[in-house]
Structure formats: C-alpha cells, structure tokens
Design a binder for this molecule. Structure first.
Ligand code: ASP
Length: 440
C-alpha cells in the first residue's frame, strides 16, 4: 500500500502546522511519499512565501533592492526550524541564493525556492529523504511535462523509501528550473502518485473536502463525500473552484482515487474522487453532488423562417464565430431559431462586427442578444434517469421568482444547466441548495 500525500501552503505555514503534518504522516506507514508547498499564510493578512519570492523577483527586475523581503523569507524558515526543534542550518544555502539573486536569477528559479526549503525542513522533521523535484519533474521545451521520463526518474529515485519532494517546479531539458502555474504543487503530487502507481493520492488542505456549493453564496455548505472524476469536471467547467485540471489528469488516467483532506481536522474523511463509485460506498442520500455556476454570458438568438430545413446554417454561424475566436458554450435550437450562449467578455469587443457578419451571411428575420446571463448547474450522477429531478428544479426556481432563460441537460443526465439573469444568480444557487440538499 502506498499513499502519496501532498500538503498545501496553509499546512506548511509554521511549526505548529508542520507538527500536524508529521502526526498525519506518522499515523499511517503507507504515507511514504510527501509533496509540500511553500509556507502559506498563518493568518489573514499574512504573506505567502511564494508571493514574497515573486516580489523579490519584481524588485530585481526593476533594479530595486529586496534585502528586507529576503530577510522576512529567511526568518520564516528559521522560525519553522526552531519551532520544530530542528538542528538544520539553511544559512549557507540562503547565502548562495542571495548571491545568485545579486547576479541574476530567473523568476521561476526564485519562486521555486519556497517549496525547495519547505521540503528540506519537512524531510529533516519527518526523518525522510529530501528529493529535489529538479531531479525528477522533467519538462519538455514546449513547457509540457514529459510524463514518461519524470515517472521513470521518480521510480528510480524514490525506490520504496520515505521521501519528501518539493511541489510546484521541475527542470527544463537545458537544466533551468521551471515552475507550474500558481497552485501547481497539486500537479506535482498527482504526477508522483501516477508515477508510483499509488493506491491513493491524498491532497491535504485547510478545508474538509470540496463543498457542495460556493460558501460565499450558501452558508456552511456541506462537503461532498464522494464524487466521480466526470462530475468534478462538470462542476469545475461551470465555475466551481476546485482542482487544477493538470492536478487531476495524471491520477485520473491511472484510475487512482484522489482524496481531499483537512490538515486541521485529520479525522474528517474529506472528499473522495474516483472514476466510479459504488452505491454502497457512498452513504449520502442527496442525489445532487454539487451546485455551481458562473456569470458573464450573452445569448445570441437567430430567427429565420425555415431555418431548420436549410442545410449548412449551423456551419455558417460557426464559421463566423470561429473567425472571431468566440467559443460557443451551448447551442440550443428551436424550430426556426437557434440560440448560442457565448462568453460576454469574448463577444463584447466585437459584437457589432459579429452580428453584422451573421446578418450578411444568413439573412435572418431577426437577431437578438440577451446580455447579463449566468449559468447555474446541478451536477449529480444519481440524477441520471431519475424521474422528477428537473420538475423539482424548475418548480424551485419558479416558486422563488427566478426566471429561467435557457435549459440544457447533457445526454448522460449528469447535469442540468439553466441560464438565468445575472441578478438572480445567487438566489438560484441558494434555493436549489436548500431544496435539494437541506430539505431533500
Ligand atoms: N507555492 C505555490 C503557490 O503559491 C504553489 C503551490 O502552493 O501549490 O502558488
């Protein structure tokens, strides 16, 4: 049994958090491969180490000194080392880094040091070996990860031992350090789990899993206990802030379950993401897995007599949109109308040009544009083929004065998506949550 465990910034923020990490790792001998982020915020107005490192990089770029910021960074690690009772001296390495900073260092390399030093301390604290990510996370020149080479390198380097490896960065073929985008330690963890064919990839954060709805809209939403990779993809597509796509793909590809856990509440089972979920495993009785949505859409409706019987109309519409690089989120067709839901930001700058071209090519009876549209989606594998779900959904929205402007349901019945006016967005999410989750 092998568990690859990744701890995010808040789990590595100070010595007290390091202690929690150690007890989690020590509680289960199969937690042998540990990936860490740079220390994050200890309290609300605190600074993340990665932000401070980027700040140093910006100062260097404009030729301004960053001694103070560098001093703060050094002090954070010194405090963690002291608080953990570690007899480890990072001064020599910090001096070398400072020297490098004076002589020119890349933004990626400086940012990567946050996770590097975090992993050095965590390895010493756990009594595990430190494994530099530059030795195994291998990028190609085009910036993609060479999975095969990376997996092979990690397999050789880890070789059954307890290791701590920094998240967030790897190495280019020419030896330069390259980072992922922000939050990228999740990707490192997923790559490590996939490389080692782990039984589970545990991603430890400061929340007890993925929430069923956005907590800024719904008060105290319940965490999702089980979710499939497909459902997760649907929820993030419609706006839920969950894991980075790159952090899901490597484990999903290998059918490795991903478990989101809370370092501050380690007995909570969190959210388990799997390819398929056994009905017996999931005891929850809500048949909606989550509710999400986002604002910022427009609906372009084209009406033309005999539109349905004319060949190639859709193709022509698509050609116009493609030419203007406008992505169509949803297409809905009526007998002699077709409606296209598009991102307002993409279309707004060139709206009249696009409408003009559609007018010229299609010669429709009318083209109308509805702006300020939001989408709201109820996602749930248990909704499929279950009678009454959509009836309940529309009744809930109608009873609460939310006007539905568009309806779509995927053929696999994994979701129902409605378009509503932006002003009704929060209300729609709240009433759906109350009716499907709270009242059931
Ligand atoms: N430390 C990096 C960041 O703040 C990467 C991570 O924590 O995942 O974005």
């Amino acid at each position: 049994m092998l568990k690859v465990v990744k701890f995010g910034g808040s789990s590595c923020a100070d010595a007290a958090q390091f202690a929690k990490v150690r007890s989690i790792v020590q509680a289960d001998p199969s937690r042998r491969v540990v990936v860490v982020s740079a220390p994050g915020k200890r309290f609300r107005d605190d600074h993340k180490i990665t932000d401070l490192l980027y700040l140093c990089a910006a100062h260097i770029k404009y030729g301004v000194g960053c001694d103070d910021i560098f001093g703060l960074i050094r002090a954070r690690y010194r405090d963690i080392a002291r608080g953990c009772g570690l007899d480890i001296d990072l001064n020599g390495e910090f001096d070398v880094l400072w020297e490098k900073i004076q002589n020119g260092i890349s933004k990626d390399e400086i940012a990567s040091r946050g996770e590097y030093f975090s992993a050095k301390l965590m390895a010493a604290y756990l009594g595990f070996e430190f494994l530099d990510a530059a030795l195994w996370v291998k990028f190609r020149f085009d910036g993609s990860v060479d999975q095969e080479a990376s997996y092979e390198a990690l397999r050789r380097a880890a070789d059954g031992r307890g290791v701590v490896t920094p998240g967030f960065y790897g190495v280019m073929p020419d030896g330069h350090i390259k980072t992922f985008s922000r939050g990228g330690s999740d990707i490192t963890g997923a790559l490590a789990a996939a490389a080692l064919d782990a039984d589970v990839y545990e991603n430890w954060t400061d929340v007890s899993g993925i929430l069923m709805a956005d907590p800024r809209i719904v008060k105290d939403p319940a965490p999702i206990s089980h979710i499939t990779y497909n459902e997760l993809r649907e929820l993030s597509y419609v706006g839920a802030q969950v894991l980075h796509e790159g952090a899901v793909y490597p484990v999903r590809e290998k059918h490795i379950p991903l478990n989101i856990r809370n370092t501050n509440d380690p007995t909570h089972p969190g959210t388990l993401i799997m390819e398929k979920i056994d009905d017996d495993a999931d005891k929850s009785d809500t048949f909606i897995t989550g509710i999400a949505g986002k604002k910022g859409f427009s609906i372009i409706t084209i009406a033309k007599t005999s539109l349905s019987s004319e060949h190639g109309i859709l193709l022509q519409i698509m050609e116009v949109l493609e030419k203007h690089r406008i992505n169509v989120e949803f297409i809905l067709s009526g007998i002699d109308t077709v409606s296209l839901m598009v991102s307002a930001a993409e279309v707004s700058r060139q709206l009249y040009e696009v409408l003009g071209e559609l007018q010229k090519r299609l010669k429709p009876n009318s083209i109308t544009v509805s702006e300020h549209i939001a989408i709201v989606a109820a996602v749930g594998r248990k909704m499929a083929y279950r009678l009454g779900t959509s009836g309940k959904l529309f009744a809930t929205l109608g009873d609460n004065g939310v006007n539905v402007r568009m309806i779509t349901q995927g053929p696999d019945e994994l979701n129902i998506i409605v378009g509503v006016e932006e002003k009704d967005f929060e209300q729609a999410i709240r009433v759906l949550y109350d009716s499907f989750v709270k009242e059931k």
